[in-house]
Design a protein around this ligand. Structure first.
Ligand SMILES: [Zn+2]
Ligand SMILES: [Zn+2]
Length: 270
């Protein structure tokens, strides 16, 4: 939440600096400069044009489709293959390095701040901001991941954050059904992805009688064991079965006669 707010606050700053960069280069690009800031500017502009996203399309995505031969499925949590992640990493490192180079050139320049002061200052500010922004994003993301992992290992995370994922076998408790508009009534859409049901995608009917795509429910159960609609615990039957098995094992060994009352309770509720 805090991270999102900081990013939102930094976006206008980045837009202002970007406008200043364009303005200053259009004003002074013909002036002498003892470091190749013009080259830096053209490559930086190409980087931006390469990554800019217009209606879900960008050169970057196009390269992933044609060179890496990978098309990310719509509304999927799928982790891309190694070659795509490597390509993402490579482009990020290149952009970061290019801003570092821009910053370095402004630091070693002897006369550019006098011959082309706006161009010099705009490069210095834009490159510094982007170096800071990249480091901040990486540290925030990885720092948070490590902190959560460390808290998890030490058992310091609130149980409400750890225990929500459904235990293994929960999905198998939900009935697999085929799409039938008469049986489904008003529930013609998957409440998780809001897509219409059809006979091509596997559907699960939960123990509480709600319908979801099997794929959507798999992702949901990784983070929450309750039904997304009515909040009923979808794994409760699993715990009952576990207790039932334990009781039957206990009974077979006949070592815990005082569990008779529990056996009776569980059998009664079965
Ligand atoms: Zn769905
Ligand atoms: Zn439900």
């Amino acid at each position: 939440m805090l991270f999102g707010c900081i990013i939102c606050a930094l976006l206008p700053v980045s837009l202002v600096l970007f406008s200043y960069l364009i303005y200053s280069f259009s004003l002074e690009s013909w002036k002498d400069c003892d470091v190749p800031l013009r080259v830096w500017f053209y490559v930086a502009m190409f980087n931006i044009a390469y990554h800019i996203n217009l209606g879900g399309r960008s050169l970057h995505r196009q390269v992933i489709r044609t060179v890496c031969r990978y098309q990310a499925p719509e509304q999927s949590l799928e982790i891309p293959p190694t070659r795509v992640r490597f390509y993402h990493w490579l482009t990020t490192v290149f952009v970061f390095s290019w801003h570092c180079i821009g910053l370095h050139w402004t630091r070693i320049s002897l006369s550019c701040h006098q011959t082309a002061p706006n161009m010099f200052m705009a490069t210095y500010l834009f490159a510094s901001f982007n170096v800071f922004f990249t480091i901040f994003t990486v540290v925030s993301t990885y720092g948070l991941q490590h902190m959560l992992a460390s808290l998890l290992r030490r058992g310091l995370l609130p149980s409400s954050m750890v225990d929500r994922a459904a235990p293994e076998g929960t999905l198998d408790l939900q009935q697999t059904v085929t799409f039938n508009p008469l049986e489904f009534g008003d529930a013609l859409q998957c409440p998780i992805c809001m897509e219409d049901f059809n006979k091509e995608h596997a559907i699960k009917k939960t123990v509480c009688g709600h319908y979801f795509h099997e794929g959507c429910l798999i992702h949901w159960l990784k983070v929450n064991r309750n039904c997304p609609l009515c909040r009923r615990d979808l794994a409760s039957a699993l715990s009952c079965r576990l207790v039932g098995n334990m009781v039957s094992i206990c009974r077979s060994f006949a070592k815990l006669p005082d569990l008779t009352f529990l056996t009776a309770t569980v059998s009664g509720s079965w």
